[in-house]
Ligand binder design. Structure first.
Ligand SMILES: Nc1nc2c(ncn2[C@@H]2O[C@H](COP(=O)(O)OP(=O)(O)OP(=O)(O)O)[C@@H](O)[C@H]2O)c(=O)[nH]1
Ligand SMILES: [Mg+2]
Length: 307
């Protein structure tokens, strides 16, 4: 039997494209744009994504398998190990790496840390520097910041884009397809992600909590969907538990006479409806699970551990 490399795919291209970069640079926003649907949770706060997630785009000429990753960061919870490993694994499997940065900001320690990860783990895989958020900076700033980012490693190419205003996004897609090797369709044409709606729903609820809660509280949250049932009247019934680490956080998440949890629930419900195209009834319950971010049993049970 012929090996995959030797087979003829008649010019069809395919491969895994890792989206890496520090938290909050716009990786998941870009993924949602290319897939044309909100499959990845986005928020204005860093560390919205906690797991690897595929976004699969199939066109006439190519199948691009985007791998969204959590931004590698330097906190020291047991949970952070999992988060950072998720990004590292994505690097090892990729055919192409998009190193995404926020060009409106000067590179910092976290950008350097990720650059080191890419250099040590990705071998000679093609690396594209994606300078995102050009809408937030003037040309002179972009110029000088780009020069600083270029120094992080030897990139094969660089491109300026905005995940919000469309600028450069089509050009980036074209460049990705050019750079991919010939290959098969790894996934059926109509499959757009490897993540079940149920898990996306968990991420959406967590992102809604990130949107409204302050400081450390939203990071102490873990969401588990317990019930995800389509009722005979066509409504999706969702029941989820919002875990926090301390009793005091529970009070904050619920808020005065339930005002905070109501806000979170309203935003989450709208986003779940947008994602699923169904009308949604969402019920949230808040529970304390002491210091779960450092609890190996809890993390393992909920799939947040590679041990
Ligand atoms: N102005 C501007 N904002 C952007 C752009 N791209 C993304 N954003 C915003 O940046 C914030 C973070 O976006 P995400 O897509 O969640 O970032 P991420 O890289 O996935 O972050 P993590 O999951 O935390 O690693 C959101 O508020 C986005 O709306 C852009 O090109 N311009
Ligand atoms: Mg993300």
């Amino acid at each position: 039997m012929a090996s995959i490399e030797a087979m003829d795919f008649e010019g069809f291209k395919s491969g895994y494209v890792a989206l890496v970069g520090k938290p909050n640079v716009g990786k998941s926003t870009l993924l949602n744009h290319y897939i044309g649907q909100k499959i990845a949770a986005v928020s204005f706060r860093p560390q919205t994504t906690r797991r690897r997630q595929l976004g699969i785009l199939t066109t006439e000429e190519a199948q691009i398998i985007f791998v969204d990753t959590p931004g590698i960061h330097s906190e020291s919870f047991k949970l952070s190990e999992f988060i950072n490993e998720e990004a590292q694994y994505a690097l090892m499997d990729a055919e192409l790496i998009l190193f995404i940065v926020d060009v409106s900001q000067f590179p910092d320690k976290e950008d350097e840390m990720i650059a080191t990860e890419v250099k040590t783990r990705a071998g000679d895989v093609t690396r594209l520097l994606v300078l995102n958020k050009v809408d937030l900076a003037d040309p002179a700033t972009i110029e000088s910041h780009e020069a600083a980012y270029q120094k992080l490693m030897d990139f094969d190419d660089s491109i300026r884009i905005s995940g919000i205003t469309q600028f450069g996004r089509d050009a980036l897609l074209g460049r990705i397809i050019e750079l991919l090797p010939e290959g098969p369709k790894y996934f059926p044409e109509d499959q757009i992600t490897d993540t079940y709606e149920r898990e996306i729903t968990e991420d959406i609820i967590r992102a809604a909590a990130l949107t409204y809660l302050q400081e450390e509280v939203p990071y102490a949250i873990f969401v588990q969907v317990n019930d995800y049932t389509l009722r005979p009247n066509g409504t999706r019934f969702v029941h989820a538990t919002v875990f926090v680490e301390r009793e005091s956080q529970k009070g904050i998440v619920i808020g005065k006479r339930g005002s905070m949890i109501k806000q979170i629930s309203t935003l989450a419900r709208q986003e779940i409806e947008e994602m699923s195209g169904e009308s949604v009834f969402l019920e949230l319950q808040v529970k304390v699970e002491k210091n779960w971010r450092n609890n190996p049993d809890f993390l393992r049970y909920h799939g947040l551990s590679h041990d």
